[in-house]
Design a protein around this ligand. Structure first.
Ligand code: G3I
Length: 723
């Protein structure tokens, strides 16, 4: 975790360095058009945003190759990557993913599996500690300087005379400042300063300054206080401490302090005429002649412009008031850029598809692609080969998945594909009688050509179905049947199975009468009651026979079927309807799981369904969400281990109930297919929680290894748990 935050910090540092340089140039170019306050706001926004160590996708959108090269190199050199281990099929050894991809390293690693695990584990501490050391060093030095300075002032400082206090009160009144500020005079001070966050003190040199000049000095310092400049300085200190390794940030801090001085000059001179400007300039010269004040931490000094005295004087004497609107436009533009750079995170994270999105009825396709590399790494084996004698192994998606780089993963790893959206009623028949099979037809045609089993999804569902279908009780049955007829007639010839009814049951299913456990207030139930299930299956059966596909499997599909109550309700529905001759061939256990899953519950449900003669089960929409990873673009090593272990345990259970010949226990031949709901974390419906087997770079995750060889994975986990 610490490593990942540090890697993000490096990225932010790199990206924001470019922003700092850009702002430096812009400040210089627009100096006469913008106010120092506007420029300072920009710097403050930059400094604040650098304290947020999240900017994960900006670099891919701006300069993908260069930035990913730099950040990857950094991460690799600093050993910041938390890369999942990978199990090679040939050797059965564990290596880092990149080694597996490189191939050569994988074989090296195979020389001694235990050693390779230990030595290839990242040594995370070193760079985190170095960074922390730098951070603390900067803060500590500043704090020490601050307190030494305060001690000196307290030791040598005397309260200012009544005359100075009176002048101070009049200045405060003039600028509307109510807060009490102590006034001291000290022989160790060369230039006036304001110090202290909570109990501010203005310290003046122990030399009589004529009152016209003193008035300007006090006003300048009071404005510093009023504007909160010491807080700004504190912020810049923390930014510098966090990015102590980045020289550009030192430049930023310097410019920020200069702008804060200029902004105070501007505030003092806001309504000043030429004479006052000259007098103020004289005051600046007079103080400057006294020499620069030794730097302390949280203070601001009247002479804080560094070596820019000439520029400061020119500004004071010649500067016309900048146009306010130019300042506002520039500041807003910069703030927008900053917000956008932070906002990229959530855009990226959310694009996995939100269940609450309101779908458009006329557009069948589908997911956006993120972070696409040119091609996927050349992996070691395909899951479809590993499981060919157990069950079909599938994934889902829409037309996008037929193009690279998705297609490379899909065609290599999977031998079954569920059409994720394009066959849903809202896309197939958004208006009565107007069917659109373009997308579904194209997908089925391509997949059939490549011997990939196509799964139809879904005919009767209360979601993603246009409302007109059930707005008239008298026409409802006819409409349901017409829809089923059209879909199976058009797409059926190429399908292996189809989800005829989807999610008919309510979430709580405690009643012994399964009908009472159905969703009562939505969709087909509202017009046809529980009979809609029977109607749908009977019609589907009739049409499949009509098109010469009696082997097309008709499924009831639902989620949460590891819950004993819901599983039992479905069990009772299927057994009762089958006894009446309703042709339900399969139960789809969607299996949208998370880290809290009880694998025993899943096994119990499978055992229960296994007692229905002649019915097969498919794990139809599997994913394992790591809820805690919400919004992150990858899993931490710990999260990955939790997810992978669950995948491994589930697949050992699935193998036990596999329908294929590889399952030697014939009494448990039940599972015909296991489908993972999404090709990559980037394309998956629940992508936010990184739930599937490939990451956003199209690389196999640790979970992939767990699925590829669950027994070995669990063995390894057990063996290394106590290390
Ligand atoms: O139709 C628009 C399209 O025009 C637009 O270009 C696109 C931009 O994102 O959005 C499209 O609609 C989205 C649709 O997926 C197609 O991508 C919807 O907003 C989005 O809500 C919809 O999400 C689907 C979700 O069902 C809807 O409930 C997911 O992709 C799909 O994976 C998910 O799948 C269901 C199963 O069918 C049943 N089991 C649970 C699972 C979630 O309900």
């Amino acid at each position: 975790m610490a490593n990942e935050i540090l890697a993000e910090l490096f990225r932010v540092s790199l990206i924001m360095s470019a922003a700092i340089l850009l702002l430096t140039v812009l400040s210089w170019l627009l100096r006469s058009k913008t106010s120092a306050t506007a420029r300072m706001i920009c710097w403050v926004a930059l400094a604040m945003s650098m304290l947020v160590p999240v900017r994960p996708t900006l670099y891919t959108l701006t300069a993908p190759k260069l930035m990913s090269f730099i950040t990857d190199t950094l991460a690799t050199r600093l050993d910041l990557r938390t890369e999942p281990r990978y199990l090679t099929e040939q050797t059965g050894e564990w290596v880092q993913t990149s080694e597996a991809i490189a191939g050569t390293q994988a074989s090296d690693a195979s020389a001694n599996s235990q050693d390779s695990i230990v030595t290839s584990e990242i040594q995370p501490g070193v760079f985190t500690y170095i960074w922390l050391f730098g951070f603390l060093a900067v803060i500590t030095v500043c704090i020490i300087k601050h307190f030494l300075f305060l001690r000196t002032i307290r030791r040598w400082g005397q309260p200012a005379s009544g005359e100075i206090s009176n002048l101070m009160n009049s200045v405060k009144r003039e600028i509307g400042l109510k807060r009490h500020i102590r006034l001291l005079v000290s022989p160790v001070i060369t230039t006036p300063v304001l110090i202290g966050l909570f109990r501010p003190i203005i310290v003046l040199p122990d030399e009589k300054i004529e009152s016209s000049k003193l008035r300007f000095v006090l006003m300048h310092e009071c404005f510093h206080y009023k504007r909160g400049d010491i807080w700004v300085k504190t912020l810049s200190l923390f930014t510098l401490a966090a990015h102590w390794f980045n020289p550009v940030v030192y430049l930023m801090k310097r410019l920020l302090i200069q702008e804060s001085e200029t902004a105070c000059d501007e505030a003092v001179l806001r309504h000043a005429g030429a004479d006052s400007r000259f007098q103020y300039g004289e005051t600046v010269l007079y103080i400057a002649k006294r020499g620069k004040q030794a730097e302390a931490a949280l203070f601001s000094s009247f002479n804080g412009h560094g070596n820019n005295l000439k520029k400061r004087l020119v500004d004071i004497i010649e500067r016309a008031a900048p146009k306010r609107w130019v300042s506002v436009v520039c500041t807003t533009a910069l703030a927008a850029v900053l917000l956008l750079s932070i906002g990229m995170t959530s855009i990226q994270a959310q694009s996995g598809g939100d269940a609450n999105d309101i779908p458009e009825e006329d557009s069948p396709v589908i997911h956006e692609v993120r972070d696409e590399p040119d091609s996927i790494p050349d992996e070691l084996h395909g899951l479809k080969d590993i499981y060919k004698d157990y069950f079909l192994i599938g994934t889902c998606g829409d037309i996008k998945m037929l193009s690279n780089p998705y297609w490379e993963v899909l065609s290599k790893e999977f031998n079954s594909f569920t059409i994720e959206n394009a066959m849903k009623p809202q896309y197939i028949q958004s208006k009565e009688g107007q069917f659109n099979f373009d997308a579904a037809g194209e997908i089925t045609a391509v997949l059939a050509d490549h011997d990939i089993a196509v799964i139809g999804h879904t005919l009767a569902w209360h979601e993603q179905t246009p409302g007109w279908m059930w707005d008239d009780r008298d026409k409802a049955k006819e409409r349901l049947e017409a829809h089923i007829d059209a879909v199976i007639r058009n797409c059926g010839p190429q399908l292996t199975s189809i989800d005829v009814v989807n999610e008919a049951f309510a979430d709580y299913t405690g009643d012994s009468d399964w009908r009472k456990n159905l969703r009562q207030d939505t969709g087909w139930y509202t017009v046809l009651g529980a009979d809609f299930i029977e109607i749908a299956f009977r019609k589907a059966d009739e049409v499949r026979r009509d098109i010469g596909r009696p082997d097309l499997k008709l499924y009831y599909n639902d989620y949460g079927l590891h819950s004993p109550a819901k599983a039992d309700a479905v069990y009772r529905m299927v057994t009762e309807l089958r006894a009446k001759g309703v042709p339900i061939d399969g139960i789809g256990m969607q299996s949208h799981y998370s880290e809290t899953l009880s694998v025993d519950d899943v096994e119990n449900a499978l055992a229960h369904f296994n007692t229905i003669p002649g019915v097969e089960v498919s794990i139809s929409e599997m994913d394992i969400s790591i809820i805690g990873s919400g919004g992150n673009l990858s899993l931490t090593a710990d999260q990955s281990a939790i997810q992978s272990e669950l995948y491994a345990r589930l697949f050992t259970v699935f193998k036990k109930y596999a329908k294929g010949q590889a399952n030697t226990d014939e009494s448990k031949r039940l599972i015909a297919r296991v489908t993972v709901w999404g090709v990559t974390d980037g394309s998956a419906w629940l992508g936010k929680s990184n739930p599937v087997l490939f990451n956003r770079q199209f690389e196999p995750k640790e979970a992939y290894s767990a699925v590829a060889n669950p027994e070995k994975f669990l063995e390894f986990m057990t063996a290394t748990k106590d290390l």
